[in-house]
Write a protein that binds this ligand. Structure first.
Ligand code: BTN
Length: 276
């Protein structure tokens, strides 16, 4: 934690200002839109995909009235302090060929925020973004099939930038943090939004089957749970053991009393020392 955060979270988002912060080549591949209020940027892009091509469409919102997180959770989305972004992208691949993509999105965001703002982001499998051991954001990937059967992905990113107003966090059910609490850099949401797009577009445009292998090293540097005792909840079933990183497809490796298990999906939590 730093004493004097310099984040200017409360200016308005602007498509022109965001575009100015996307690195040159990537900016030309994007349409950037900002909504003042929307139900959910992911839901909005999925709706629009039924009647238009959303490839390269980046939709930001100042606030969401029905922001969604993983596993149907609510994503608390107070106005004018955070990033709520969805980016539509046609990869030309089928859903089964996208293994590891959502983890790679976290790595690309982490690498970009470290390069540009010196932030040391950690990642909690599969999609949580952490700073200083507390959650600061998350990634939610949805898939939509257009009328010609092509799959388009909707990459949703929620990132707390400067959650400054009392009560903003009343509905958040876990410890949280924001970028502003971890940097002395002066940064705006337009800048953060532009940098996010600059990190995501090269990843998405070069994604191929098996591409997570290139991101595995970045993942292991940022892996919040590696070496910790964890429990992964899968419906009524749970698996407990020591987290041992991820395999080349992005599945979680857990060493249980019976040996190594590879977990494809579920909700992982780290055991606190008093739980052991
Ligand atoms: C999670 O950690 O559960 C994922 C959270 C993803 C939230 C973002 S905010 C922008 C986009 N629109 C949504 O409704 N959800 C994602």
């Amino acid at each position: 934690m730093v004493d004097t955060p310099q984040v200017l979270g409360n200016g308005w988002l602007s498509d022109v200002a965001i575009r100015a912060h996307v690195s040159g080549l990537e900016a030309s591949r994007l349409r950037i839109e900002v909504e003042e209020e929307i139900d959910s940027t992911n839901a909005a892009l999925k709706r629009r995909a039924l009647s238009e091509d959303i490839h390269g469409l980046a939709l930001f919102a100042e606030t969401q009235t029905a922001g969604r997180g993983r596993l149907g959770r609510v994503w608390v989305s107070p106005p004018r302090c955070n990033i709520y972004l969805s980016l539509g992208w046609r990869t030309g691949l089928d859903p089964l060929e996208l293994a590891g993509l959502s983890l790679a999105v976290g790595c690309a965001i982490g690498d970009g925020l470290e390069r540009n703002f010196g932030l040391k982001m950690q990642l909690k499998w599969p999609n949580d973004l952490y700073l200083g051991g507390q959650k600061c954001g998350g990634v939610l990937i949805d898939l939509v099939q257009s009328s010609n059967q092509d799959w388009t992905i909707v990459v949703g990113v929620g990132l707390n930038v400067a959650m400054a107003n009392p009560g903003d966090d009343n509905d958040i059910d876990q410890p949280w943090t924001d970028l502003g609490s971890h940097t002395t850099a002066t940064l705006t949401r337009n800048e953060v939004g532009g940098q996010l797009l600059g990190a995501l577009v090269p990843l998405l445009s070069s994604w191929q089957v098996g591409a997570f292998g290139q991101w595995r090293e970045s993942w292991s540097r940022r892996d919040l749970m590696a070496g910790h005792q964890i429990t992964v909840q899968q419906g009524n079933h749970s698996i407990s053991g020591r987290a041992e990183g991820v395999d080349p497809s992005g599945a979680l490796r857990v060493v249980t009393n019976e040996g190594l298990t590879v977990v494809q999906s579920g909700e992982a939590s780290m055991l606190r020392s008093k739980d052991l």
